[in-house]
Design a protein around this ligand. Structure first.
Ligand code: 13P
Length: 254
């Protein structure tokens, strides 16, 4: 089956509100040729979302956030709810990024709560998984991926999968300039899809897009995206320059 490719930028803790419109407009212009053929998303710090949504209006670019809480509202100082993101015009939200797992105590259980809340609210959740170098070197790749999918996506139904994207981001490839080889990435993506199939059925699992993330650049995107189970990219560093990001989108548009 053919899955529409999805290239999403993860701006992380970069780009101020006053800088947001220029980057979103730059991305929209530079990716205009691929409009309609590739889903193009900029995931921004929550404080940038309103400016990003305004700048993306009338373009093919959609806006997402980088995290959300699982409760609708209440005494959760510093958190952002799915309703707030929707109200601001976001369509996507990243959940469970390895930086949140590593620095902010995120677990497979909290990833699951956030993902289910995002999907239930009507956002598309980009759920991130991926092994550390220690886990890979210890031969634990399969065990870690299976656990992250099984716990992180527990009680996500087949119908929910219409608003689910999975990002495979090997921690050792993030921001390091060291990319998984296309074969390494494909192996992990196939494992993710087969693990998902056991949860929601093979037919539905075939419809879910699985992005690769970790030092994806214009120069290596085509080889990664050519693999059967690699349906897009979640882009950190290269999403901060419109031309680089557009180069990756162009590689996905072929
Ligand atoms: P880099 O593209 O900078 O390696 O970051 C990947 C990432 O973490 C995207 O979420």
């Amino acid at each position: 089956m053919s899955r529409k490719k999805i290239i999403a930028g993860n701006w992380k803790m970069n780009v101020k509100p006053s800088e947001t419109a220029a980057l979103v407009k730059g991305v929209a212009e530079a990716t205009a040729a691929a409009a309609g053929r590739v889903d193009v998303v900029c995931c921004t710090p929550a404080i940038d979302v309103p400016a990003a949504v305004a700048a993306a209006a009338g373009t093919g670019v959609e806006i997402g956030a980088e995290n959300c809480h699982w409760e609708d509202h209440g005494a959760f100082t510093g958190e952002i709810s799915t309703g707030m993101l929707l109200d601001a015009g976001a369509k996507y939200v990243i959940v469970g990024h390895s930086e949140r797992r590593q620095y902010f105590g995120e677990t497979d259980e909290t990833v699951n709560r956030r993902a289910r809340a995002a999907i239930a609210a009507g956002l598309t959740a980009i759920v991130c998984i991926g092994e550390t170098l220690e886990e890979r070197d210890a031969g634990r790749l399969q065990e870690v991926i299976r656990r992250q999918v099984n716990v992180g996506l527990k009680d996500v139904s087949a119908a929910d999968c219409a608003r689910l994207v999975i990002a495979y981001e090997p921690v050792w490839a993030i921001g390091t300039g060291r990319t998984a080889t296309p074969d390494q990435a494909q192996e992990a993506h196939a494992l993710i899809r087969s693990t998902l199939a056991a949860l929601v059925g093979a037919e539905t699992a075939e419809t879910v897009r699985i992005q690769y993330g970790g030092s994806m650049k214009p120069g290596n995107a085509a080889d990664l995206l050519a693999k059967k189970d690699i349906d897009g990219g979640l882009i950190g560093g290269a999403s901060l320059k419109a031309a680089d990001f557009a180069g990756i989108v162009a590689a996905a548009a072929v």
